[in-house]
Design a protein around this ligand. Structure first.
Ligand SMILES: [Zn+2]
Ligand SMILES: [Zn+2]
Length: 374
């Protein structure tokens, strides 16, 4: 793998920053806590900074600037630009440019900046070690017209240093002198930024490796509820790659997506508007299409191993029957989505969802009956 890395073009500034902050977090912070302990103030400041900077990436950098999933006024833009810079993940302009390339060329070894096809470590953070400046930024013409975005692009390192490092240190000093200031710098400054960065990195690595693909198995992007927890809802990455302009990533009512809830709340307060949502029938259509692909694949493999086993034969026949219903449902829904004159009722969607969930259950049964490979 090492031989595939472009060792002749290392970005020394980014690489040194990533390594020094990581070592400071894993060595300096435990040493500080061992010597001075940790109190409620330090924990609360860390939580505040983790949420403020983490959500400035998910709500601001990602859903607002990179995807334009909603429109925001100056208050939301400025807040997410200030705290987003404090996550030290580049300017919003650079971040959005890389991210739009990722969506456009996902899984392509050369054109996707953090392609999983170049390995887990490359997708996670390896790509940052080799990212050289200046980049073309041809795909962010819209953002270049925004004076706030351009101001942050010019000063993001200074802003990040002041808001993300100096400010928590000063707050710590006023709370409890130099000892608390050092703690705030280490815990809410450095350790917090390392945590936020790796949460973002895990979306590019783990969410392209582990999890389900209920909407599109054509890409490596996966839905992972575990990853949604520390990333404020960004773990539903298969949905996101299927419908990137939706302001929601966790689209089901039970899915953990605080970024979606925050955007919705801000819209009720009049601070953001024009939230973009994919119509429910298009989401169900994608789910039916994907379920049909999985059912077809299972039917193809089940054809040979059902022989001489009544239980498997029965499960196979049931899947075949359900798959037929799924095909009919898919065709019916596809036609209804294409024909705007057809009113798609909630009952129709419930019926199609039910077929899809029956097929899903039958697929699980079939997989449990699958004979062990010789
Ligand atoms: Zn992705
Ligand atoms: Zn995205």
């Amino acid at each position: 793998m090492i031989s595939k890395l472009p060792l002749d073009r290392i970005n020394w500034v980014s690489s040194t920053f990533l390594i020094v902050t990581f070592l400071t977090a894993v060595i300096g912070t435990p040493l500080y806590i061992y010597h001075f302990g940790i109190d409620f103030f330090q924990v609360a400041l860390f939580v505040f900074y983790f949420i403020a900077t983490g959500m400035s990436i998910t709500l601001g950098y990602h859903r607002l600037f990179a995807h334009k999933a909603f429109k925001a006024g100056k208050t939301v833009k400025l807040t997410t630009l200030l705290f987003g810079a404090s996550a030290f993940e580049d300017s919003a302009l650079d971040w959005a440019s890389d991210h739009r390339e990722h969506h456009k060329n996902v899984d392509h070894e050369d054109d996707d900046p953090y392609s999983i096809s170049r390995g887990f470590f490359w997708a996670h953070m390896g790509w940052i070690f080799f990212k050289l400046y200046p980049r073309p930024l041809a795909n962010v013409g819209d953002l270049k017209k925004d004076p706030l975005v351009m101001w942050q692009h010019k000063h993001h390192q200074r802003i990040g240093f002041l808001v993300g490092m100096v400010l928590p240190t000063v707050i710590g000093y006023f709370y409890g002198g130099w000892q608390a200031a050092l703690g705030a710098f280490l815990i809410s400054g450095v350790t917090r930024l390392v945590c936020v960065q790796h949460c973002t990195f895990f979306i590019n690595s783990l969410c392209h490796t582990l999890g389900n693909r209920p909407y599109d198995s054509g890409t490596s992007a996966r839905d992972s509820w575990i990853m949604a927890i520390p990333t404020f809802g960004e773990g539903y990455h298969n949905y996101h790659h299927s419908f990137q302009h939706d302001y929601r990533n966790g689209v089901k009512p039970w899915q953990w997506d605080p970024t979606k809830w925050a955007i919705w709340t801000l819209s009720k307060l009049g601070l953001v508007s024009e939230l973009r949502r994919v119509p429910e029938e298009k989401i169900v259509l994608a789910e039916l299409r994907e379920m049909k692909l999985q059912a077809d694949a299972q039917i193809a493999t089940g054809r040979s191993w059902k022989i001489n086993c009544p239980t498997r034969q029965e499960a196979y026949d049931t899947l075949l029957d359900l798959s037929q219903q799924l095909s009919e449902g898919y065709q019916e829904l596809e036609k209804a989505v294409g024909d705007r004159s057809v009113q798609i009722s909630a009952e129709m969607l419930t019926r199609w969802r039910k077929i899809s969930s029956d097929v899903s259950e039958q697929l699980s049964l079939m997989r449990s009956l699958q004979p062990a490979l010789a």
